[in-house]
Design a protein around this ligand. Structure first.
Ligand code: 3HC
Length: 297
């Protein structure tokens, strides 16, 4: 395989997980952030996750050392110039992503593959400022939270993606220890196309009094074998993120199933984003391991 050196742009929740996964799979990995302070936070998350794997015996102390040795944090794009693939996991803002790729296009080797971890923006739209040659080497690589545990990665092709490049990225995804799902650049790809309407429907069911937060969560968890009920999952993913994705999907498809329900909008306006702010459908502030359902009437 041609891909040996990985660049990861962004060391937040997703970027740190992607960098950890790449280093664990044996790749030399460079992760770029805006400052040492932000990098430090991302590396602290990686340490926490590696500690969990070590506790469980999934990795040995020696393996942990090797993983850390393959990971390097940097704060300038120049350091990514000779990577074989760059995986972008920065803020979900089209203009920021486009400007970032425009700069990287000028810095990187002509054969560097560019990949975006966007969950809902169009890959074709993100890649507009890069050269015609690079457009053939541009894909989506959509990972799932928590990245070190979730086995899936969506590999997204655009109508301009070179066949060989696409197959190389599929092979690379498998080498990361993930199961690649082949998909094309249609808003939401496979997972969010199906998952987002399900989560929004759960909120509508709550609004209509079909069941309580706990009963709806238990119904889907225990009745369908999902690892988390829809409200626990919403709080985990972030209700701001869920709202943002739903808005993009609704704008694209203009179908009611993607329209964010008014309760979701009010919760986001009120700062109830889920775990990250301490409250969402559940209140995590007293005991994060045993959250209590919120009264959202
Ligand atoms: N690194 C390493 N280990 C971790 C970890 C991490 N980041 N997070 C959790 N773990 C470990 C825990 O230590 C625990 O280990 P143990 O079994 O030895 O105790 C184990 O994983 C299980 O964790 P928990 O007991 O805390 O909880 P769960 O059994 O519920 O598992 C979960 C956690 C894997 C997150 C599981 O609940 C799950 O699969 N949930 C669904 C997640 C999901 O659907 N993600 C996709 C979201 S959608 C998305 O990302 C797309 C985007 O575009 C919106």
């Amino acid at each position: 395989m041609e891909i040996k050196k990985i660049g990861v742009l962004g060391c937040g929740l997703m970027g740190s997980g992607i960098a950890q996964t790449a280093a664990t799979a044996g790749f030399e990995t460079i992760v770029c952030e805006v400052s040492d302070e932000v990098l430090g936070k991302g590396f602290a998350e990686i340490e926490k996750s590696l500690a969990k794997f070590a506790e469980k015996g999934t990795i040995t102390a020696e393996h942990g050392k090797e993983i850390r040795g393959r990971l390097r944090g940097v704060t300038t794009f120049h350091e990514l110039a000779d990577c074989n693939i760059i995986i972008e996991a920065i803020i979900e803002n089209l203009d920021v992503k486009r400007e970032t790729f425009k700069q990287l296009d000028q810095l990187c080797k002509p054969n560097t593959i560019f990949a975006s971890n966007t969950s809902s923006l169009s890959i074709t739209e993100i890649m507009t400022p890069v050269s015609a040659q690079r457009k053939g080497r541009f894909v989506g690589l959509h990972f799932f939270n928590p990245v070190p545990l979730m086995k899936l990665v969506e590999v997204v092709r655009t109508i301009l993606t070179d066949e060989e490049v696409y197959e190389e990225v599929v092979k690379f995804s498998a080498a990361l220890g993930k199961v690649p799902a082949r998909t094309s650049d249609k808003t939401g790809f496979i997972v969010n196309r199906l998952l987002v309407p399900y989560m929004l429907d759960a909120i509508r069911a709550l609004e209509e009094g079909v069941g309580s937060i706990v009963d709806i969560d238990n119904a889907m968890k225990l009745g369908c074998g999902y690892p988390m009920g829809p409200f626990t999952l919403g709080d985990f993913v972030g209700l701001d993120t869920t709202y943002y994705i739903a808005e993009i999907m609704f704008n694209e498809f203009r179908e009611k199933r993607f329209a964010p329900p008014s309760l979701l909008k009010r919760m986001v306006l009120a700062g109830l984003y889920g775990r990250k702010t301490g409250r969402g459908f559940y209140d995590y502030t007293a005991d994060p391991k045993n959250p209590t359902p919120m009264n959202l009437q």
